[in-house]
Ligand binder design. Structure first.
Ligand code: KG4
Ligand code: ZN
Length: 349
C-alpha cells in the first residue's frame, strides 16, 4: 500500500482518467492544476437506443470496442510516457463495464510502471467541480449527487469525510426522468430530452411528492412518481411540454425540499456541491442557486459537460487525493460494483 500519495508524484503531473462504470466510455488527461488537457467520451447511445435503456451486456461490449480506440486517439495527442498516474473508476457500477476499464488500467499500470489510483465514481462526480474552478472547498459542505443510478445527500465535514444522510429508497432521480420520458416516447436517455421540452413551458403544477411532508427523513422516493405520472390522465390531456414541465418541476422540488431540510439541520454548512448527470438540468441549477443564496452558501456545480460521466472527473478525484495526501487506496486492485461512498469496499459483493 502506498503510504504517502504526495511523495510519489512530481508537482507538475499528468493523470490519465478512465471511466467505464455505466454506458459512457471516457478517457482523459488532467494536469495537477485540474486543467482538462484532453477528454474523449463515447456514449453508447446508438447501441442502447433499441432497448431505450441500459443493457449491461451491450454496455460491456461497447466498452471493449471503444476503450482501445479512445486510448489510441489520446496517445496521438499526448504520448503515454508523459503520464504520471492512472485513475480508474473502481466502483460502483455495472460489473462488466467496470472490468473493461479496469483491465485497460491494470495493463497500462504494468506497462508504464506508474501508480494506479482506484476512484469511487461518486467521489469523481464531487471532484468534477475542480475542473473549471480549482479553488479549494470551503468546509463543511453538503453534497447532492443526482445521477441515473444515485440520489444521495452527503454531509462532508472535511476532505474524504463522506456521510450519507439521505438517499433514494427506490429509483434514482435520473432513472425517474428516463422512465417517464420513455413512457412518452422520447429517445434515450430521456432526462435531457424531457428537460428540453419542459423548457418551452411555464406550467407550474406538480404531481404529489412522496416523503415531502415527512420532516424526520432526508430520504427520497421516485418510483411512486413514475407510476403516478405514467398513469395520470394528464399525460394525454396536457400538451407534451406542460406534462414534461410538471414532471421536471416535481423532481426538482423533491430534491430542493430535502436539501433545504438538510441545511436546516446542518446550519454550519458553507458550500453546497451538486453533481451527477441530473445536475445538468437547468431548472435544478436555478433552484439550487436560490437555495444557496437563501442559506448564504457557496454553490458549486460543474458545467453540464462535466456533470455527466467523464474520465476528467475521475482524474480530478485522483488529483484531489494526491493534493491532500488522501486515501492512498492502491491496495484496492479490484472492481467493486456496490461500493458505498465513505466506506471501504471490503466484505461487499
Ligand atoms: O451521472 P450520469 O452521467 O450517469 C450515471 O452515473 O448514472 O447521469 C445520467 C443521468 C441519466 O438518467 C440522464 O437522463 C440524466 O442523468 N440527465 C438529465 C439531464 N442530463 C442528464 N436529467 C434531467 N435533465 C437533464 N438535463
Ligand atoms: Zn455518474
Amino acid at each position: 500500500m502506498t503510504k504517502s500519495l504526495i511523495s510519489s508524484f512530481p508537482t507538475e503531473r499528468f493523470i490519465l482518467g478512465i471511466e467505464t462504470s455505466c454506458d459512457d466510455s471516457s478517457i482523459s488527461i488532467l494536469n495537477n492544476k485540474y486543467q482538462d488537457v484532453i477528454t474523449i467520451t463515447q456514449a453508447h447511445l446508438e447501441c442502447l437506443q433499441p432497448y431505450q435503456g441500459i443493457m449491461p451486456e451491450v454496455a460491456s461490449r461497447e466498452h471493449c470496442r471503444y476503450v482501445p480506440l479512445l486510448l489510441s486517439q489520446i496517445e496521438k495527442k499526448i504520448p503515454l510516457k508523459m503520464i504520471d498516474a492512472i485513475a480508474i473508476t473502481a466502483g460502483p457500477g455495472l460489473a462488466g463495464s467496470l472490468l473493461t476499464g479496469h483491465a485497460c488500467a491494470r495493463t497500462l499500470h504494468a506497462l508504464l510502471d506508474i501508480p494506479l489510483i482506484p476512484i469511487h465514481h461518486l467521489e469523481g462526480h464531487l471532484c468534477a467541480i475542480f475542473i473549471e474552478d480549482p479553488s479549494p472547498i470551503v468546509w463543511p459542505a453538503l453534497g447532492l449527487l443526482v445521477s441515473g443510478g444515485h440520489t444521495q445527500l452527503i454531509e462532508m465535514e472535511k476532505p474524504f469525510s463522506y456521510k450519507i444522510i439521505g438517499q433514494t429508497r427506490d429509483d434514482a432521480a435520473g432513472e425517474a426522468f428516463d422512465k417517464i420520458a420513455k413512457s412518452i416516447g422520447l429517445p434515450y436517455p430521456g432526462g435531457p430530452a424531457l428537460s428540453k421540452l419542459a423548457a418551452n413551458s411555464t406550467y407550474s403544477e406538480l404531481f404529489s411528492i412522496p416523503l415531502i411532508n415527512d420532516k424526520t427523513t432526508l430520504d427520497f422516493s421516485f418510483s411512486g412518481l413514475k407510476t403516478q405520472a405514467t398513469r395520470s390522465p394528464l399525460k394525454d390531456e396536457l400538451p407534451m411540454e406542460d406534462y414534461c414541465a410538471m414532471v421536471e418541476n416535481t423532481i426538482v422540488e423533491a430534491l430542493y425540499e430535502k436539501c433545504s431540510l438538510a441545511l436546516q439541520s446542518l446550519p454550519e454548512t458553507k458550500t453546497i456541491i451538486v453533481s451527477g448527470g441530473v445536475a445538468s438540468n437547468p431548472s435544478l441549477r436555478k433552484k439550487m442557486l436560490k437555495l444557496a443564496q437563501k442559506h448564504q452558501c457557496i454553490l458549486r456545480i460543474p458545467s453540464p459537460k462535466y456533470c455527466t460521466d467523464n474520465g476528467t472527473m475521475i482524474a480530478a478525484a485522483a488529483n484531489f487525493q494526491i493534493e491532500h495526501n488522501g486515501p492512498a487506496l492502491t491496495r484496492l486492485m479490484g472492481t467493486y460494483p456496490q461500493w458505498i461512498l465513505g466506506l471501504e469496499p471490503t466484505n461487499i459483493r
